[in-house]
Structures are given as C-alpha cells and as structure tokens.
Write a protein that binds this ligand. Structure first.
Ligand code: ADP
Ligand code: MG
Length: 247
C-alpha cells in the first residue's frame, strides 16, 4: 500500500456507557485498500469501536476523519452523505424474512441512493454473482443456510458500492462448516481492493488476508503489527496470553 494515502484517521476516540468507559482513546489510521483485522477478548470494546466508526454509536470525543471529513463534528447531512461510502456487515445477517434475496439486496440502493429499480437490480445481479448467490435471487432468507444468508448480506452491502466495509464478527453466528465460504468471499473483496476493517476470531483469516492486525484490550489498541510479527513475535504480555489461548 506504499504511496497510497490514508482513507480513515481515528484519533483519541472515547466512548462510555454510564460509568463504564469502554473506549479510552483509540487511534487508528487506515490506508486505502488495506485490510485491518481487530482481535481481542470478549467485552473489550471491539464492537463499540467499530459501531462508532459509522456512528451507530455516538462517540463521546475524538475524531473519525474519513477522506478529510470529521464525522464526529459533522452536521447531519454531511454525516449521512459520508456514511453512504461506509458499509457494515454484522454477525446477525439482519435480512428481511418476508422479502426475497433480490428485494433485500436492492432495497437500500433504491431508498438511500435513489437508484432506479432497474439499476439496483443490475447491481444486485453483479454482486450476488460475486458472492455466489445469484442462483438464489428469488429465494427467501429462511430457505437459505446461515453461510448463504451472510453472503447475501455482504452482497447487500456491496450494492451500495462502499469504499470501506466494517465487519463485526461476520462468521461468529455460523456453523463451523459455513465459515469458509464467507471468509472466501471476504478474501475476494480484499483482492478487489476494498478497504476492510474486520473484527474477527478467525486467526487464520487474520494471518492470511490482513495487512495489519490490531489487538484490542482495555479500551485501546494494545499492540499492532503485520501478521507475521503480530502472531510470530508478539510483544505485550496481554497479547502473548491471548494468543496462547486462541491459537
Ligand atoms: P466486544 O465487541 O469486544 O465483545 P463490546 O464493544 O460489545 O465488546 O462491549 C464492551 C463493553 O461495553 C462491555 O462491557 C459491554 O457490556 C458494554 N456495552 C456495549 N454496548 C453497550 C450498550 N449499548 N449499553 C451499555 N453497555 C454496553
Ligand atoms: Mg463484539
């Protein structure tokens, strides 16, 4: 990624729930095309962090500068314009059960981006094909496996053509045999150059696909590095301890 500028610069991000200070000043710079893996123990604030990035949670203070615009201080209009460029994939797929795959995937482009039905369907065809789900476009989510539903929800995100996609444990709700098909799709997106921030427990994916890995601990990024260093030669005792439990 050398020579490419940063797409996202987070500085001093803080968030509390009542007296529980969850984010204690997170700093993170992401360059265009990078894949960042975030790992860390349960309850350490990974979801809170990633949800702050697209303002699903309102940060208390700090900056989230996306392509030069600080989302934290931006007005409502600037926020919603900017956020069209940032997609999110959740652990729970959140598909509408009473709508077909095609309707699920074309809804946001029509509602949010005011795209015509024809244009939205053309995009949907393209992205359903990319995730290998075009043959199920007329099916309903309840007739799909968890892995298939997650691939549809990734296609739904792709239809908005975001430049940055946030993933919050996208494979954690899946039966083990379906994890691979979703990770394969994510790997493909990485190869296409989409910038990705991925909270994950899949250490193999982090090692193989991420450009940089971050260890989230006690409300800050405790350690970061390229995968070989990060997994092969961890520095902090916290990370050593964590890796000894998950690897
Ligand atoms: P992780 O994703 O790393 O497991 P979370 O970001 O979900 O961690 O949670 C971090 C901490 O914030 C936990 O102590 C959790 O209980 C708390 N928390 C998360 N969301 C909320 C919320 N909406 N209201 C109150 N506390 C919350
Ligand atoms: Mg979480």
């Amino acid at each position: 990624m050398e020579g490419e500028g940063s797409i996202l610069e987070v500085t001093g991000l803080e968030k509390s729930y009542g007296r529980n200070k969850v984010l204690k000043g997170v700093d993170l710079t992401v360059r265009k095309g990078e894949v960042i893996a975030i790992i860390g123990p349960s309850g350490c604030g990974k979801s809170t962090f990633i949800r702050c990035l697209n303002l699903l949670e309102e940060p208390d203070c700090g900056k989230i500068v996306y392509k030069g615009t600080d989302l934290v201080s931006a007005d409502k209009k600037t926020r919603s314009e900017t956020l069209k460029d940032i997609g999110m994939v959740f652990q729970q797929f959140n598909l509408f059960p009473h709508k077909t795959v095609m309707d699920n995937v074309t809804m946001a482009p029509q509602l949010v981006s005011k795209m015509s039905k024809e244009d939205a369907e053309a995009k949907a065809e393209k992205y359903l094909k990319l995730v290998g789900m075009d043959h199920k476009k007329n099916s309903y989510p309840t007739n799909l496996s968890g892995g298939q539903q997650q691939r549809v929800s990734i296609a739904r995100t792709l239809c908005m053509e975001p430049e940055l996609i946030l993933f919050d444990e996208p494979t954690s709700a899946l039966d083990p045999e379906m994890v691979g098909e979703v990770l394969d799709v994510m790997k493909k997106l990485a190869e296409e150059g989409i910038t990705m921030i991925v909270v994950t427990h899949e250490m193999g994916f982090a090692k193989e696909v991420a450009n940089r890995c971050m260890f989230f601990y006690d409300g800050v990024i405790n350690e970061e590095g390229a995968p070989e260093e990060f997994f092969g030669n961890p520095q902090s005792e916290r990370l050593k301890d964590f890796l000894s439990k998950v690897l």
